[in-house]
Design a protein around this ligand. Structure first.
Ligand SMILES: NC(=O)c1ccc[n+]([C@@H]2O[C@H](COP(=O)([O-])OP(=O)(O)OC[C@H]3O[C@@H](n4cnc5c(N)ncnc54)[C@H](OP(=O)(O)O)[C@@H]3O)[C@@H](O)[C@H]2O)c1
Length: 263
């Protein structure tokens, strides 16, 4: 199946490792020109170098922090000055720290809102004019399965991403007439540095050994394993492709079947 991604210009956040890197890799393999961003080098430069080496990809690393408005402008301006357009926006980064809701102070909440909600709102505002000019575009937000099935300790993300889902659904209705699709993806447990840290922290919060938390988590997954980052990359590549032209306003879980409800 031709995904029609060759030559498309994509911005992918949190692209130096984990899920974001797997998404950048999936798009680069299809011939998209990918602006990759994250906060730190050499990780980001190394990730870009890997994609150049693997696929001869046209990738452009830009350092930035999703919690800083000026960095959003810098990243989008870099894409516009290098390629003159943005066709695809994938909003992804790290996550707010795990904590019990009653222990999160105002500063923790404000940071979580900046990271999970305001960052997307700003990136969308900056990219949509170019998409409209081109006659269409694709926006995908990476959240987590915990938005549909909240987990104790993940409240900062659950609450802010629930807001993001409301924003994205509304946005999909507003931008549909311009040929711009907006979808949200909820990964289940995926094997990355972050998930290792999350298991550890969850074990602390629950006062149980990490092995027990991991074993419980796997037992609840019908496919009986943690997912691989490339399994998220593949779904995102489809959602941003020309083949997904009638898919918008959805909130899709990619979780090995872990969600045990109809919605
Ligand atoms: N892994 C899972 O099991 C899982 C499950 C559900 C949802 N998710 C969600 O998927 C997203 C990606 O997770 P992951 O597992 O791939 O995490 P990861 O392996 O820790 O990678 C996070 C990426 O985001 C970048 N990043 C972190 N904070 C940033 C910031 N403030 N500004 C810009 N870039 C930032 C990191 O690079 P720098 O640190 O250099 O900036 C890195 O490239 C997260 O939102 C996570 O909550 C993950």
């Amino acid at each position: 199946m031709d995904l029609g991604l060759a030559g498309k210009v994509a911005i992918v956040g949190g692209a130096s490792q984990g899920i974001g890197f797997a998404i950048a890799r999936a798009l680069a393999r299809e011939g998209a020109r990918v602006v990759m961003w994250a906060r730190r080098n050499p990780a980001l430069e190394n990730a870009a170098a890997q994609l150049r080496q693997e696929f001869g990809a046209d990738v452009f690393p830009v350092l930035g922090d999703v919690r800083k408005a000026k960095d959003h402008e810098r990243v989008v301006n870099a894409a516009l000055s290098k390629h003159g357009r943005v066709d695809i926006l994938v909003n992804n980064d790290g996550a707010p720290p795990l904590t019990l809701m009653m222990e999160a102070d105002d500063e923790a909440w404000e940071k979580a809102v900046r990271q999970n909600l305001m960052s997307v709102i700003r990136m969308v505002r900056l990219c949509v004019p170019s998409m409209k000019e081109a006659g269409g575009g694709r926006i995908v937000n990476i959240t987590a399965l915990s938005v549909k099935a909240p987990i104790v300790g993940f409240g900062l993300s659950v609450a802010t991403w629930a807001g993001l889902i409301g924003y994205s659904k509304t946005l999909s209705r507003e931008l549909g007439p311009d040929g711009i699709t907006v979808n949200t993806l909820c990964p289940g447990r995926i094997d990355t540095d972050l998930s290792q840290r999350s298991f550890k922290r969850q074990a602390e919060i629950e006062g149980r050994p990490v092995d027990a938390v991991v074993a419980d988590s796997m037992a609840k997954i019908p496919l009986r394993r943690i997912g691989r980052p490339e399994e998220i990359g593949a779904v995102v590549a489809f959602l941003v492709s020309s083949q997904a032209s009638y898919v918008t306003g959805t909130t899709i879980q990619v979780d090995g079947g872990a969600l045990d409800s109809l919605l």
